[in-house]
Design a protein around this ligand. Structure first.
Ligand code: UDP
Length: 471
């Protein structure tokens, strides 16, 4: 056997401790392990505790034990993020982000040092850090590891960040009065409106902007960037990125066989809603969720609720307890749940893929988180888009304007109940154009994942590159 074939890379994977990052990282770990990698998967103690609680596991349970039983070499580790378990990371988000930059970095450093000194078999060869960590290049350099950055958002958002200087030079970065312009000078992006740039290029909190661009600066130093996207979805953008840095589109990184038992990394407990869905006709239920992090205003939630009442649609609505900054619990209009009892469910969390893949679900009112979009495409569910922050603004453009697999919930962030009802009606209409387009988009994703498809080939190429660098 050729020497190169015998090399077994050992990668340490470290996601940002948020649901939308832990999920794709988990599938990346499974994919790489099934192609012969040894994986050390690192969760924070706090993430570990939440997963264990959500699944009624014993505290020392390893979420990957099921994969280990199948012979995959996934070693599981937990490190402190620097805060006590009782610290409310959500309520103190800015303090938490600062901690992730400094204290967590020191814990990662100690952990890698001990791991390397323990001389594991095979030796650690590479670190795959979330692109939203600021220290990947420092750690890789210190321990002589291959530096891989994992970008969990679309390539379009990364390209925009990489070209922030161009935006600044043209007066399209931060606050400005050029909102009617069309930006057509970013390599790989034919045209984008200023309002569709990620919010960190618009009018965001200066501390958030500083953090994000520190991450971007670090990602630019990576030996390789891997992206949870698909070549055919963003081909010109990915080609432009590849001119700057090795970039491999290896997505979508989410389970595709929804009936098979998969590793669950839910941070909140879930209930099975299959029985309720089984009693609905195909394509008649609207699934509503704003992901794991965003906050909405009470007024927006009230207008959405009134829009749902007017539309008379059946629905499952994930309304997290912390969706309002204030933490207030009684958000829905008086009598809403009684009035919709025969056709609607309001739940604190669910297993999103189990719901989306049920034939009863015909539409998804989403905040446009990137994982939600990929999952919706895989389940052939067209979307009603209500982006709030970050890449969600750019993702909306891709879904509605470019791929035409969804509609807007409202224009320019202004929610009115009549418009909400009208757009829900559009997406639930079985003859809507977006329903036809999403069938094609799903095929594109499925083909990319199949043998010799673009994501499959890119993953193989990435693995070859890694082995070449190890040799
Ligand atoms: N999710 C879930 N149950 C819910 C809501 C979300 O399992 O009730 C999962 C969803 O399947 C996705 C992730 O949480 O994988 C959310 O990621 P996304 O990028 O869509 O949004 P974020 O939470 O990062 O804003």
């Amino acid at each position: 056997m050729e020497l190169k074939e015998q090399i077994q890379p050992h990668a340490v994977l470290i996601p940002v401790p948020f649901q939308g990052h832990i999920n794709p990282f988990t599938h990346l770990a499974m994919k790489l392990a099934s192609r012969g990698f040894t994986i050390t998967f690192v969760n924070t103690e706090s993430t570990h505790e939440r997963i264990a609680k959500a699944h009624s596991h014993k505290d020392d349970d390893n979420p990957f034990s099921h994969a280990e039983e199948s012979g995959l070499d996934i070693r599981y580790a937990r490190i402190s993020d620097g805060f006590p378990l009782s610290f409310d990371r959500r309520a103190n988000a800015s303090q938490f982000m600062i901690g992730l930059t400094h204290v967590f970095q020191a814990h990662v450093d100690d952990f890698i040092e001990n791991l390397v000194l323990s001389k594991p078999n095979p030796p650690v060869s590479c670190i795959i850090a979330d692109s939203f960590h600021v220290w990947g290049s420092m750690i890789a350099k210190k321990y002589n590891l291959i530096n891989v950055s994992f970008w969990t958002e679309p390539a379009t958002a990364l390209t925009v960040f990489y070209n922030a200087d161009l935006l600044k030079r043209n007066g399209h970065f931060g606050r400005h009065d050029k909102y009617d312009d069309t930006i057509s000078y970013i390599p790989g992006i034919q045209a984008i409106k200023p309002e569709d740039l990620p919010s960190y290029c618009q009018d965001a909190d200066p501390n958030d902007i500083k953090y994000v661009f520190k991450c971007i600066e670090d990602a630019q130093k990576a030996d390789i960037v891997i992206g949870n996207t698909v070549q055919e979805l963003e081909s010109s953008t990915i080609s432009a990125l590849q001119e700057q840095q090795p970039f491999y589109a290896i997505g979508p990184l989410c389970p595709t066989n929804f009936t098979k038992k998969t590793i669950s990394t839910n941070l909140l407990p879930t209930t099975d809603y299959t029985n309720w869905l089984n009693n609905r006709q195909d394509g008649t239920v609207l699934y509503i969720s704003f992901g794991s992090l965003v906050n909405l205003s009470k007024q927006d939630i009230l207008e959405i609720a009134q829009g749902i009442l007017i539309s008379k649609v059946s629905f499952i609505w994930v309304l997290r307890h912390n969706i309002l900054v204030s933490g207030e619990r009684n958000i829905l209009p008086l009598g809403f749940e009684e009035e919709t009892a025969d056709r609607g469910l309001v739940v604190p969390w669910c297993s999103q893929l189990a719901v989306l893949s049920h034939p009863a679900v015909g539409g998804f009112l989403t905040h446009c988180g990137w994982n939600s979009i990929l999952e919706s495409i895989l389940c052939k569910v067209p979307m009603v888009c209500f982006p709030v922050i970050g890449d969600q603004l750019t993702n909306r453009k891709l879904v509605v304007d470019d791929w035409r697999i969804g509609v807007n919930l409202c224009t320019r962030g202004l929610i009115r109940r009549e418009v909400v009802a009208e757009n829900i009606g559009k997406i639930m209409n079985r003859s809507d154009e977006s329903r036809k387009n999403i069938d094609k988009t799903k095929m594109l994703l499925q083909n990319a994942l199949s043998d010799e498809g673009s994501s499959d080939k890119n993953l193989n190429q990435f693995i070859q590159d890694m082995k070449n660098k190890i040799l």
